[in-house]
Each structure stands twice: as C-alpha cells, then as structure tokens.
Design a protein around this ligand. Structure first.
Ligand SMILES: C[S@@+](CC[C@H](N)C(=O)[O-])C[C@H]1O[C@@H](n2cnc3c(N)ncnc32)[C@H](O)[C@@H]1O
Length: 257
C-alpha cells in the first residue's frame, strides 16, 4: 500500500517523495493546481441553491484557487484543507487579498483524517487529488460522509477513452461506480482540448523555469528536477490525447435510501 507521502507526490505528478520539499518552490508561480475554479463555479451556480448559510469543504485545496473564488463569487463559507503548509499560507494570503478572509478557513492537515471529522457540508470538492483517499468507491464513500443527505460532491478527474487507458475508468465505468456508491451524476464538464493545451503550455513553461533555477542551485539533484519536468509533460500529453479531464457534479442520494 502506498504511503501518504507517496500519494502526495503522485497527486502533484512527482515520481519520488524526494521531490516533496521542492514542490512549493517549483509551483510558486501557479495558483490553480488542477481544477478550474470557473467550471466549478458555473456548475454550482447552475444546479445548487446557494445562500450565505451554504458551507463548502475543499479537500486537498492546494493554494486555495477554488475556495477563494467560490467565497468571492457566492459569498458562502468555505473550508480548505491541504497537507502542504506553504500552500495553505498562500491560500490565506489570497483570501486576504480578495477580502474574503472572514468566509474562508484554511488549515494544514491530512485529508485522510479530515474525512473522519468534517461533517454536514452542503458541498464537498475533491479537485484533481487522485487516489489520496483510496480507490474510487472508497473515495466517494468517504466524501459522502462529509456532506448532508442530498448534498453535493464535486470531483475533478478523468474519463478513460474506451478501454485503452487502464488507469482511468471509462464514463460507463464511472456510472457503475456512482450506482454502487449511492450517488447520482447531475452534470459533467469535459475540459476542451485547446483550453487544456494552452493552460498546460503556460504552466509547463513556469515550472521549467523554476526547475532550471533549482538545477543550478543543486546540481547534484538535477536528475530529480529533470524527471519532474518529464512526468509533467507525460501527464499533459496523456490528458490531451488519451483521456478526457472532467469535472463531475454528484448528488448524495442518502436521503432516498
Ligand atoms: C493537483 S493538486 C490539486 C489542488 C487543488 N484541489 C486544485 O485543484 O487547485 C493536489 C493537492 O493534493 C494535496 N494532497 C495530497 N495528499 C494530501 C493529503 N493526504 N492531505 C491533504 N492534502 C493532500 C497536495 O498537497 C496538492 O495540493
């Protein structure tokens, strides 16, 4: 079984846990680390009745791009949890910058622990986090426990195309997982290829610049930074060619069980 560190490294496309201490430096120029705040906001606005009472939980919130944007646009309360302290500091600063610090609470923590205690949210977000909480059935079951009956779960992941990619379930397979875990797919937004390619190129450029700086400072670890750039590229290519990145809005059906 993979350790928390191994899953953390993988969630940020790092091949080895040796890279973890360098991730805040490598990713310092990025705010969004996976999910599109705009897509999530649109989905919530379209399907969920939001008021000042609405409470949102953003698990593995990264640098808070989704949380801060939701608090700004919807005026609701958001709690974000991430295991990297530098990311949480960044999120707190962003909340202050946008004047939503009273609506946002950011905390350093392991979400494997948070899912045991965080309860009764209206919406939980699990954006581009991968297998940190286990396989998909396990993940959805744990996420369900954090929301109210009839509450919503937003997952950002990928549909495998046909059966070519064993790593990701196809859309059909996702639907079976939803069925067996008692959630209903309410909406889905597949990331468009050109939108994705332009975002990937921009982000890749920023990461390569920082990786080159680290290589100069720490030449003995150059292999580590080179392999990070390679794995980022592989993930970008995979997303552009073999799988479809998707944001899914699910509803917890517990009230009707
Ligand atoms: C690809 S990023 C996505 C961040 C954010 N959800 C977004 O879309 O911008 C994955 C995040 O998962 C976090 N993470 C990985 N394992 C974790 C754990 N056990 N507990 C909390 N956060 C974790 C990482 O620190 C990283 O910020």
């Amino acid at each position: 079984m993979k350790t928390v560190e191994e899953k953390l490294a993988k969630s940020l496309t790092a091949e080895s846990i040796e890279l973890i201490p360098y991730l805040p430096y490598l990713l310092q120029d990025l705010w969004e680390l996976g999910s599109s705040p705009k897509d999530i906001l649109n989905m919530i606005t379209k399907h969920v009745h939001v008021s000042v009472e609405t409470r949102i939980l953003d698990l593995a919130c990264g640098k808070g791009a989704v949380s801060v944007n939701l608090a700004r646009e919807l005026g609701c309360r958001v709690k974000g949890i991430d295991i990297i302290p530098e990311f949480i500091d960044f999120a707190i600063n962003k909340a202050q910058e946008f004047g939503v610090e009273k609506l946002c609470e950011f905390k350093v923590g392991d979400i494997n622990e948070s899912v045991k205690t965080e309860k009764d949210y209206d919406i939980v977000i699990y954006g581009a986090v991968g297998d940190v909480l286990g396989n998909w059935e396990e993940t959805i079951t744990l996420l369900k426990n954090t929301v109210k009956n009839g509450g919503y779960i937003i997952i950002d992941d990928a549909y495998g195309n046909d059966n070519t990619s064993a790593k990701y379930p196809t859309r059909e397979q996702w639907l079976k997982i939803f069925n067996s875990t008692g959630v209903r797919l309410i909406d889905e937004k597949i990331i468009e290829d050109d939108e994705l390619a332009s975002l990937n190129n921009k982000q890749q450029e920023l990461i390569i610049k920082r990786a080159n700086e680290l290589k100069e400072k720490l030449p003995q670890k150059a292999h580590l930074f080179d392999s990070y750039i390679r794995s980022q590229q592989v993930e970008c290519d995979e997303l552009e060619k073999e799988i479809s990145g998707v944001t899914m809005l699910l509803r917890n059906l517990a009230e009707s069980l």
